[in-house]
Design a protein around this ligand. Structure first.
Ligand code: ADP
Ligand code: X2W
Length: 258
């Protein structure tokens, strides 16, 4: 029987609030067994870009990343947020290492082809170095991933944090029974975005397509759910979306089924 691995993605709105990040990390360090943390940070990047006088453009929850935005992203995701989270884990006596895709050739991607939209410096993941990740887990070091991948030619690319989490979970499924958790400020997928109590407990792909067509699912939830279904169809044993209560096992949330 394979050992259980938990891959947890924490969204940008949770990490930009010090109190919610601290509370999440308290729960995270209590989790038993091997675990991986992936973080976003989209809101913080938008805020810092604004301070530098750069405008941000998002299409369907994905950032248009020109050269200036890529510099901001490298500083904010790969520096400020990633290193703070690694330090906070150390402060809680959990050894951790902050990574972007270039470190250990761990997440290799390809520049997204221009079809209708030119996303700029945005990558689609091609390879995850699961052996390197396993070697960290074997030393009880928690890998903390930012939403940055790297091409074979050594170019850093902005990569949706939800895709980083799902591709890592898919790759690690060859070695571990992998559980994927998406923690955000919402309790799960909602039928009414205004009503926190409208959480869909179980979401299958048929219902998901209907909700996209009727525009109940929009913005950042679009790439998130695309990644959830990719994961469940490609070997990840369970995929759940919720707020930080998700780590406590007893909260209301959305479970993805094929
Ligand atoms: N049906 C829906 N249920 C819940 N959230 C939704 C829905 N449709 C759109 N959203 C939006 O998607 C967001 C989650 O995506 P994103 O902002 O990328 O989160 P994160 O930063 O946690 O990855 C929610 O905060 C919400 O504003
Ligand atoms: C290509 C692309 O859109 N990348 C995302 C990566 C950050 C992210 O995923 O952050 P959240 O989890 O906070 O949404 C972005 O720059 O917004």
């Amino acid at each position: 029987m394979k050992q259980i691995l938990k891959v947890i993605k924490i969204g940008g709105k949770l990490i930009e609030n010090e109190a919610s990040l601290n509370s999440f990390l308290e729960d995270f360090v209590q989790l038993e067994g091997p675990k991986i943390l992936v973080h976003g940070g989209g809101n913080k990047a938008t805020e810092i870009a604004g301070k530098l006088g750069y405008e941000t453009q998002m299409i369907d929850g994905r950032r248009i990343t020109d050269k200036d935005s890529m510099e901001v992203i490298t500083m904010v995701y790969g520096g400020l947020l990633n290193k703070n989270i690694a330090a906070k884990l150390q402060g809680r006596k959990q050894n951790a290492i902050g990574l972007c895709g270039a470190d250990g050739r761990v997440v290799i991607s390809k520049l997204r082809e221009v079809k209708d939209i030119d996303y700029g410096y945005v990558g689609d993941i091609q390879k995850v170095n699961s052996g390197f990740i396993r070697s960290l887990l074997e030393q009880d070091i928690v890998p903390v991933f930012s939403a940055i991948s790297c091409t074979e030619d050594g170019i850093l690319l902005n990569t949706n944090g939800d895709s980083v989490a799902s591709e890592i979970a898919i790759a690690m499924s060859a070695i571990f029974e992998t559980q994927l958790y998406y923690c955000s400020e919402k309790k799960g997928v909602l039928t009414n975005i205004e009503n926190e109590n409208s959480v869909i407990p179980v979401l299958n792909s048929k219902k998901y397509k209907e909700l996209v067509a009727s525009k109940v699912i929009t913005n950042g939830m679009l790439p998130k759910l695309h990644n959830c279904f990719q994961a469940i169809e490609r070997g990840v044993s369970s995929v759940r979306l919720g707020d930080t209560g998700l780590l406590k096992n007893n909260s209301i949330h959305t479970k993805i089924v094929s």
